[in-house]
Design a protein around this ligand. Structure first.
Ligand SMILES: [Zn+2]
Length: 174
């Protein structure tokens, strides 16, 4: 199973997230479970939850269709689900495919999540020069992707980033 479908409160499909992130959204009471994978459960210390296949946001979010998601290091890590683009292990750093020192920009298509080891190994080279293969291609998140990613970020008390709240009406303006 590749991911959990996220529906808007209006049942309109918005994006997909990892099942783990979907569980977080449900636990944060930002979304309700609509469908679960039969017979499969997440188990943790005090937690036994069905694995969500579809969840639905409790509050309607207005997707800013014409806005591009602004780039950020945290955004890249969240987009890539904290997996290293080179080895698949947990990533804590952001790697520039074309290094910044050589004119590579802070853009969604020039950056991937990377583990510290691979980031160090690649150094001031492109993946081709370093002989390192990308397991996943970087992509520009759609506004809906960015919205859903931002919803699940941080702890239960985390508010939406200001740029998102201002543009989606979740601050109450719309
Ligand atoms: Zn790695």
């Amino acid at each position: 199973m590749s991911g959990t479908l996220v529906l808007n409160a209006s049942y309109e499909p918005l994006s997909t997230v990892s099942p783990r992130r979907a569980v977080v959204l449900v636990l944060q009471r930002k979304a309700d479970l609509e469908h679960a994978v039969p017979g499969v459960h997440f188990r943790a210390a005090a937690l036994d939850l069905p694995v969500p296949q579809v969840i639905r946001l409790r509050r309607f979010v207005k997707v800013p269709f014409r806005q591009q998601a602004p780039w950020s290091r945290r955004g890249v890590l969240v987009r890539d689900r904290h997996r290293c683009a080179y080895c698949g292990r947990r990533a804590s750093t952001v790697d520039h495919l074309v290094p910044r020192s050589r004119g590579g920009g802070d853009t969604w298509l020039n950056t991937v999540a990377a583990c510290a080891d691979d980031n160090r190994r690649k150094a001031n080279r492109t993946p081709a020069e370093a002989g390192m293969r990308l397991l996943v291609e970087p992509f520009q998140p759609t506004p809906a992707d960015a919205l859903v990613l931002a919803l699940g970020a941080g702890g239960a008390s985390a508010a939406l980033p200001e740029w998102l709240a201002a543009r989606t009406g979740m601050a109450g303006a719309a």
